[in-house]
Design a protein around this ligand. Structure first.
Ligand code: BGC
Length: 742
């Protein structure tokens, strides 16, 4: 560097330090001072851009005028740089030129569709999950969006609930780790990077515990269950720096979450110190009238703002009532100021005041939406999400030398179904940008393998007229692959089902094909755990493929032929019957535990149902086998502030390289509050070549042993703890115990 430039650089550094830039908070305060009450309330108002809708639409022809008037803070469901730019231009005509936020449900990918979140959770692969969210953010932020309504971090233990597909399953520990990874992925290095989205952890809180698995239903639970199971993933999201939180439709113990002060002000903004903003769910402020908790929109607005909800999605209760509430002295304007300050801070952090069009670069949009690298990453994520449930006599992987393969079923040739619920049809992009399962298989096998196809039946309905052709086709093949399951929109919002068996006559189709005596592989495509006992009991090979996204076909073929050795494990228990729901691994022992299905007399069991699920939490096979050995603990006693190291050797004893998810469970033997029979406390995913061994180590500290006592204090109580290392929650391979000292 020349002397002159050294001088300039040091002068600049010097001047920055003596004339510091205004901090974001100072800028927010300065702007707030200029705002009228109407403009402030405008920032708290969010509308749907009627390009598409994800809730009941309110016809409103005044949106453009209101934006120009500074009466709107954000839009949702507005896609593409051109459309976003045109709305943003209107906001720039408002008196104070405050840019709009553009929100979208970017749930599992944007143009490139990744596996549904529940499927990704089955990978237990935190860096892959983070990367999936990152790619979604890169694409969405290039297409005008700066805010995603994701991740959904609701714990869900009822597969009837359609939104089970949107989360990470039943477990608070796994759910928290995944929530953290997803927030980091969406938000990137820091908010303000041009490819970062604001994340939104939702739905706060306990929405996943809707009674009977019926969407939007009430939730009734103890405070301890709330704190131990349902809140941890939200806390993890806050720890990861999540920008926003969405409240929820349900009432919690009689108080709608949207108007719940305990949840939003006391816990979230108080105890956890959350400094982002809270958005309502679609119309949920107004829906408090239906709940029967407030009389009218005026009371609804009062309840929501008092409880700490900062932005109103689509109900218009804030717009129409907040000013009057201030005039009537029902609320102090400082409540509004606090909400607006939180919203403006995010707009500054996103860099929107520097350039309101920074997410509207059409060239960047084109490049990001056509980056072939994204498909590669989606394919890898999809491979990691497929769960091998059964593989009798090592039917899988299939040989690439097979002469004839029959690919049968209603999902073989479908395109869109593979995307699952909450996919996004990005305007002006190619909708055939999905690799069907048929295409995936064609891409995989060589010229010498003949592929035969028959549909067999539809997903729904009673028509069996295609069975004969399907059976004939099966008879000509060396192996039959059957692709069956739900329709993509049978799970998702407002898609609760009371019967979660395979729809239509698909099970009959499987029976008809099985009767040919041919080796059969079943692929089950679904957005939730289904009940499929006949298949479990009779079909030799089963892959649970969920909805895998754009690269479904390629990823399935990779697994079928062993180019990827399956490693996924279930993030949620699969019941044998709807009658077992809710069924989850971390249950209490009860006073009369049944030890097996013969043990029913005066036991906690059903007279007509097994106590065991179809497949347990943490379950999933591989083409290879793993041996667990040499459990070692660094001590047999631990002081409250100490640590114990636990290690084991894992050996790949089979023929294929693979990845194993080694799970650490702990049981607190005696607690002032009864403790679950086991709780996941850590896991590690390791890669092992055939014959290779690796030592895995876990560290146990007070945090892993603590729970909420009677007074809701987070404590570790002295006493004996079991330590279990396993390949699933039921397949515990190594066990020991230690004592926590006083
Ligand atoms: C859903 C939210 C979603 C919102 C906006 C609501 O119906 O519950 O999860 O983010 O719509 O699409």
């Amino acid at each position: 560097m020349s002397k002159k430039s050294v001088f300039i650089v040091s002068f600049l550094t010097f001047s920055v330090s003596i004339f510091p830039q205004k901090s974001i908070d100072q800028k927010v305060d300065a702007l707030l001072k200029k705002m009228t009450i109407e403009e402030k309330i405008g920032q708290m108002n969010q509308y749907n851009d009627d390009w598409t809708s994800t809730g009941p639409v309110t016809v409103d022809n005044e949106k453009a005028a209101q934006i120009r008037n500074g009466q709107v803070g954000s839009l949702l469901n507005c896609l593409g740089t051109a459309r976003v730019r045109s709305w943003q231009k209107m906001a720039m005509q408002s008196r104070l030129k405050i840019p709009l936020l553009f929100g979208q449900d970017v749930i599992h990918g944007f143009k490139t569709t990744f596996p549904i979140p529940l499927a990704e959770a089955a990978s237990w692969d935190l860096s892959a999950i983070e990367l999936s969210a990152r790619i979604a953010a890169i694409e969405a932020s290039a297409s005008g969006i700066n805010w995603t309504f994701a991740p959904m971090v609701d714990i869900a233990r009822d597969p009837r609930w359609g939104r089970v597909m949107e989360g990470a399953g039943e477990d608070p520990y796994l759910g928290s780790r995944i929530a953290y990874a997803r927030v980091k992925g969406f938000q990137g290095e820091k908010l303000g990077s041009v490819n970062s989205l604001m994340a939104c952890a939702k739905h706060f809180a306990a929405y996943g515990a809707a009674i009977g698995g019926r969407d939007y239903n009430s939730v009734d639970m103890s405070n301890r269950l709330l704190w131990e199971v349902y809140l941890p993933p939200f806390k993890a999201a806050v720890d990861a720096g999540v920008s926003t939180i969405m409240n929820s439709f349900n009432d919690l113990n009689g108080v709608p979450a949207t108007g719940n002060k305990y949840l939003q002000r006391d816990i979230l903004k108080g105890k956890w110190g959350f400094d982002g903003f809270v958005v309502s769910d679609w119309g949920s402020i107004g829906e408090m009238i239906n709940h029967g908790n407030v009389k009218d929109e005026y009371e609804a607005a009062l309840s929501a703002i008092t409880a700490g909800c900062d932005m109103d999605m689509e109900s218009r209760c804030y717009k129409n009532n907040l000013e009057q509430l201030v005039k009537d002295k029902k609320i102090d304007v400082s409540l509004i100021d606090d909400a607006v300050r939180r919203i403006l801070r995010k707009k500054f952090e996103l860099g929107l005041f520097d350039d309101p069009y920074r997410f509207c670069n059409a060239d960047r949009e084109k490049a990001a939406l056509n980056d072939p690298e994204h498909s590669k990453i989606a394919r890898q994520m999809a491979e990691k999400s497929i769960v091998l449930l059964k593989n009798e006599n090592q039917l899988l992987p299939l040989s690439k030398e097979l002469k004839t393969i029959a690919f049968i079923g209603p999902l073989v040739k479908s395109l869109k179904q593979n995307k699952g619920f909450w996919d996004i049809d990005v305007p002006n992009t190619d909708s055939t940008f999905i690799v069907s399962q048929w295409q995936g298989l064609q891409n995989k096998v060589g010229q010498s393998t003949k592929l035969l196809y028959a549909k067999g039946c539809e997903i729904e309905g009673n028509d069996q007229s295609g069975f004969a052709k399907a059976v004939e086709t099966a008879k000509q093949a060396d192996v039959v692959i059957l692709s069956i399951g739900e329709r993509r929109d049978m799970s998702g919002e407002a898609k609760s089902r009371s019967n979660i068996t395979l729809p239509g006559v698909q099970e009959e189709l499987v029976r008809a094909i099985m009767a040919t005596g041919k080796p059969v592989v079943v692929l089950i495509n679904a957005g939730r755990p289904l009940v499929f006992n006949y298949i479990t009991d009779s079909v030799p090979a089963i892959l649970y493929t969920w909805w895998l996204g754009s690269e479904a076909g390629n990823a399935i073929a990779d697994v079928l032929f062993g180019d990827y050795n399956p490693s996924a494990k279930l993030p949620i228990t699969f019941p044998r019957s709807v009658g077992q729901i809710p069924i989850y691994y971390s249950h209490f022992n009860t006073g009369r535990p049944a030890t097996n299905d013969e043990d029913r007399n005066y036991r906690s069991a059903y007279t007509d149902l097994s106590i065991y699920p179809n497949y347990e939490f943490g379950y999933g096979l591989s083409y290879t086998t793993y041996q667990y050995s040499d459990l070692k603990m660094t001590a047999k006693t631990m002081n409250v502030n100490g640590k114990i190291g636990v290690s084991a050797i894992i050996t790949n004893t089979g023929k294929y390289a693979g990845e194993e998810i080694v799970q650490l469970y702990i049981r607190d033997k005696v607690g002032s509050i009864v403790r679950p029979v086991k709780e996941l406390k850590d896991f590690i995913k390791i890669h092992l070549n055939a014959g290779e061994s690796k030592t895995v180590t876990f560290s146990i500290d007070k945090e892993k042993l603590s729970f909420y006592n009677q007074r809701l204090e987070w404590v570790a109580e002295p006493g004996e703890f079991d330590v279990m290392i396993g390949a699933s929650s039921a397949d515990i391979r190594l066990k020991d115990s230690f004592e926590l000292l006083n």
